[in-house]
Design a protein around this ligand. Structure first.
Ligand SMILES: Nc1nc2c(c(=O)[nH]1)N[C@H]1C(S)=C(S)[C@@H](COP(=O)(O)OP(=O)(O)OC[C@H]3O[C@@H](n4cnc5c(=O)[nH]c(N)nc54)[C@H](O)[C@@H]3O)O[C@H]1N2
Ligand SMILES: Nc1nc2c(c(=O)[nH]1)N[C@H]1C(S)=C(S)[C@@H](COP(=O)(O)OP(=O)(O)OC[C@H]3O[C@@H](n4cnc5c(=O)[nH]c(N)nc54)[C@H](O)[C@@H]3O)O[C@H]1N2
Ligand code: SF4
Ligand SMILES: [Mo]
Length: 870
């Protein structure tokens, strides 16, 4: 058995994992020595081994859908890029990259675009994620410096989570907080989120404010700090910031945020009196048309109250993606140059000299949403997309898909063959996946860790940096990209950070530039700066050019979207516990799909009544941009007038499941970040004529009148189907075309179908009343070992498959596959605590992510159901 220490490729917590490869496959375990997680993993991390298979992988280069050699693919791409640049200039091409690339990949892409193609049209999905946070830090500190560490969270007296569902999105960090709070009973936790989430489980206070109103809450807090008399004014623009805040007394804040004045006062008092306070903020803050101002409103209160630059204190923007921070370091955003340098004369000259180029881009490039607009207008004629799926994740996906369909050259570097975006590509480059590639990532607390390969490269897949370097060669810049290894790229990146840096640039890892290969391979996780010249990050001094920090005057703004009679609800979107983004990797893992296996839309009980929505039935959500279909979940923890839906589903996993089909591309003018969290919609009930569960040996395509949702199942394709047309003949006709023998039965719910060939079950379809009621395990067993006699076959066809075997319900604990039904049964039999459930069923005893849901089930049974988490 072979053991490799590496880093989890999902969230920005950046947990260390130990991967083991054996004949049975890949298994992973938390690395006890990694300072981000000390051995813990969440369920996504723990299931990493199950994602390393090659099913669905893109393994060979393709041009116009045909497999070609690398040389052919590179020649074609190079020729077409060269001719577009020659005819229309460097600004007619663009790269759209990702916080999931390794630092080395990202560095290479940035260098090629800004340094040699000579335009700055490289932007990344981080624009949709933390560009507001970057703007906030730069305006306050003069540099993109995240001033806190995970230990600061554990050592604080007041932990405020704003717009963050860390229990599901930064699970291991959340578990560290749970532990710290246990050990320090005087620690208080405040959660600010319009929705009651699993994160509220440990909250002393939950402020369920009006969506988009956080700016008011924090500007009001600045005013409270001023009136308390104990505050610091030694910042640029302090007077203006305080003057603006003085117009926000508690009563006005209460009205703006839809909260009670008393609870606001309690929150403000808590902040003022806490010796140490730390604010963690993520997408509920950043994804807003005034996200940058919200970030500065948060930073302002920490600076003005002196709660920064010391242990347990500070404004801490958590990064979402595994290498969002690395992208910021290399300059992956169109608005930064490289290594934390800007489009300013000195920086431009320095970078041009370091790279040895005369073609360096002199001005910022297009930000993501503008970039796709420019593609739609025909100004950008070639785009190379690496490690992101914009046809799903950008707002207004219909417009994005139209833009890509009309774009003369779309190149995609991917690990997966079929994505919503790659379907629109002319050229596809197969990239190495996690476990196959080498490089570095930087987590939320600025900690650089190694990702190490432990699998051999499959097919013809290559490292992303290598593909970029080959394209550079095609374009005539080979000399500046002559790296042999990711290690070479890393050293160059480290050297640039330290180049002519006498301490003026906070991002400095120059001391790592001389690591030899063995030292780089063994590099232990390290927080930057790692400089030859200056020591630890001195935040009290700040990184403003004139060495002073700044309070940015903020005028609170509400959300930009407006409800009206046609679109009366605000749709919020975000993450589920067990899925990762557009599901290309997590959507195929059965145990991760079982927690929530379909697009859902959560609505409050009063809105459900108002709009005639039934729990478990379907809802059709529409906005001025598009439509989505989802299963309705009535949730007591939602504010009236709001709804919530996951961001994950897409055209590979559902028909009309993309939330961004609804979202308008309204952006923060400072950061370019779209308002993905608030969209005015209406939801109407959808009662299909029929619905049911389909299991089939091979993939099929469905006729346009059939609605489908893909589920994960071992060894078969599995779908939930529904339709408005009372017509299942297409399914029967398809079976007949294959010469399968048919067995059908009419049940009270509708028609059930089994199709056989040579004694093998080829297809099974069971009609549903409302919710799926099939027992997947029993059906899958029948595909493997067909029932031998007629009565058994008949039982399979007509009854609930499995002959009344207990249905598991929704999987609550993914680590041990424990379903809702078993948990409820155990509660009924006397388990009255999370510990008791853990003893009986093992649920909640591994990663702990499901503990809030276990508590909710316990509370539900105790009070016949008012709590409940999404
Ligand atoms: N399981 C899982 N974990 C992930 C990811 C994943 O795909 N799956 N993705 C990673 C990435 S890239 C990111 S960026 C992070 C995101 O991590 P989070 O930001 O924690 O996740 P989200 O679910 O997008 O949104 C967080 C919360 O913002 C709330 N919110 C919405 N509107 C408002 C508002 O106006 N004010 C406030 N205060 N809150 C609001 C939502 O109700 C939601 O609970 O997660 C990372 N971790
Ligand atoms: N409505 C709404 N929209 C949102 C959000 C929201 O909360 N609400 N959140 C936004 C946020 S914060 C984010 S970060 C984005 C995320 O959105 P995306 O970045 O579009 O989502 P992913 O599914 O992570 O896309 C990564 C792609 O890269 C591929 N890939 C994986 N590893 C590699 C590799 O090593 N090399 C290459 N070349 N490819 C690889 C994967 O197969 C996948 O197709 O979505 C944003 N969109
Ligand atoms: S918390 Fe994040 S980094 Fe850690 S195992 Fe889970 S997904 Fe991976
Ligand atoms: Mo993100």
């Amino acid at each position: 058995m072979n053991e490799t220490r590496t880093t989890c490729p999902y969230c920005g917590v950046g947990c260390g994992v130990i991967a083991r490869v054996s004949e049975q496959g890949v298994t992973v375990q938390g690395d006890p020595d990694h300072p981000a997680n000390f051995g813990r993993l969440c369920v996504k991390g723990a299931a990493l081994g199950e994602t390393t298979g090659l099913t669905g992988r893109l393994l060979h280069p393709q041009v116009n859908g045909e497999t070609v050699s690398w040389q052919q693919a590179l020649n074609t791409a190079g020729e077409r890029l060269r001719s577009i640049i020659a005819q229309y200039g460097p600004a007619s091409v663009a790269f759209y990259a990702s916080g999931q690339l390794l630092t080395e990949d990202y560095y290479a892409a940035n260098k090629l675009m800004k340094g040699f193609i000579g335009a700055a049209n490289i932007d990344t999905n981080s624009r949709l994620c933390m560009s507001s946070a970057v703007t906030g830090y730069k305006r306050a500190f003069g540099a993109d410096v995240v001033p806190c560490s995970y230990e600061d969270i554990e050592r604080s007296d007041l932990v405020i989570l704003v717009g963050s569902n860390a229990a599901w999105t930064h699970p291991v960090l959340y578990q560290r907080l749970v532990q710290a709070r246990k050990e320090n009973p005087s620690m208080k936790v405040v959660v600010i989120d319009p929705r009651r989430t699993a994160t509220c489980d440990i909250a002393d206070m939950h402020l369920a404010l009006t969506p988009g109103s956080d700016g008011g809450l924090f500007v009001g807090l600045l005013h409270a700090i001023a009136t308390s008399g104990e505050y610091d004014v030694d910042f640029d623009d302090a007077q203006a910031a305080f003057a603006r805040a003085s117009r926000w007394p508690v009563e006005r804040v209460a009205q703006f945020c839809g909260l009670e004045p008393a609870e606001i006062r309690r929150f403000y008092d808590g902040f003022l009196t806490a010796p140490r306070a730390i604010t963690l903020y993520t997408m509920g803050i950043n994804q807003s048309a005034s996200g940058s101002d919200k970030c500065n409103a948060i930073i302002n209160v920490h600076l003005a109250s002196g709660k920064y630059g010391r242990e347990g204190c500070g404004p801490f923007s958590l990064t979402g993606q595994p290498n969002a921070m690395g992208g910021r370091e290399v300059g992956g955003l169109a608005t930064q140059l490289a290594a934390h340098m800007n489009f300013e004369p000195q920086d431009l000259s320095r970078v041009a000299r370091f790279w040895g180029t005369e073609r360096l881009a002199q001005t910022p490039g297009l930000m993501a949403v503008d970039l796709f607009d420019a593609i739609a207008r025909g100004e950008v004629k070639a785009v190379w997309i690496m490690g992101t799926n914009p046809a799903v994740s950008l707002p207004d996906t219909h417009a994005v898909c139209q833009a890509l369909s009309a774009c003369p050259l779309v190149i995609v570097s991917e690990v997966v063959a079929d994505t919503d975006t790659s379907r629109l590509a002319h050229i596809r480059f197969p990239a190495l996946a996690w476990g196959e590639k080498n490089g570095t990532v930087t987590n939320s607390e600025r900690r650089i860790s190694r990702q190490r390969a432990f699998l051999t490269a499959p097919g013809e897949a290559r490292a992303d940096w290598w593909i970029v370097a080959q394209m550079a060669k095609q374009l005539g810049f080979g000399e500046a990209f002559a790296w042999q290894d990711a290690w070479d790229v890393f050293r160059e990146h480290a050297a640039l950070s330290g180049f002519e840096n006498d301490g003026d640039r906070a991002f400095d890892i120059g001391a790592l530039a001389d690591l030899n290969r063995a030292a780089w391979d063994e590099m232990a996780p390290v927080r930057w700066p790692v400089s030859r010249h200056h020591g630890a990050l001195d935040l009290a001094r700040g990184w403003h050019r004139n060495k002073r920090l700044r309070l940015v005057p903020v005028e609170p703004e509400g959300m930009r979207t407006r409800c009206d009679a046609l679109y009366p609800l605000i749709l919020n979107s975000g993450r589920l516990r067990d899925q990762w983004h557009t599901m290309t990797r997590t959507g195929t893992v059965v145990r991760l799909m079982q927690h929530i296996s379909e697009p859902i839309v959560e609505v409050s009980p009063s809105d459900a009544a108002r709009f005639h929505l039934v729990d478990g039935a379907f809802g059709r959500i529409s906005s001025s941009r598009g439509v989505m279909v989802a299963r309705v979940v009535i949730q007591a923890g939602l504010r009236e007038g709001t709804a919530f839906t996951p961001m994950h589903w897409n055209n590979r996993f559902a028909r009309q499941g993309r939330v961004n089909a609804l979202v308008a591309p309204v952006c923060d003018p400072q950061s370019g970040q779209p308002e993905s969290k608030q969209t005015a919609v209406r939801i109407t009930p959808w009662q299909p004529r029929w619905q049911g569960e389909l299991f089939i040996r091979e993939e099929i395509t469905f006729p346009p009148f059939v609605h489908w949702w893909r589920k994960a199942a071992e060894g078969v394709a599995r779908f939930t189907l529904a339709s408005d047309r009372d017509d299942r003949d297409w399914l029967l006709a398809m079976c007949r075309e294959q010469h399968w023998q048919l067995q059908t039965a009419q049940t009270p719910q509708g028609l059930n179908i089994l199709a056989w060939q040579a004694g093998q079950l080829m297809l099974g379809f069971w009609s549903d009343a409302i919710k799926p009621e099939t027992d997947d395990a029993a059906v899958i067993a029948a595909f493997r070992h067909p029932p031998e006699n007629a009565p058994e076959r008949h039982g399979l066809l007509s009854g609930k498959p499995g002959g009344g075997m207990p249905d598991q319900g929704r999987i609550i604990c993914s680590c041990f596959s424990v379903g809702e039904c078993a948990i409820q049964q155990a509660i009924a039999q006397g388990c009255d605590s999370v510990q008791a459930l853990g003893k009986t069923l093992r649920c909640g005893t591994n990663c702990g992510s499901c503990v809030p849901e276990l508590k909710a089930l316990l509370a539900q049974t105790a009070s016949a159901g008012s709590l409940g988490f999404s």
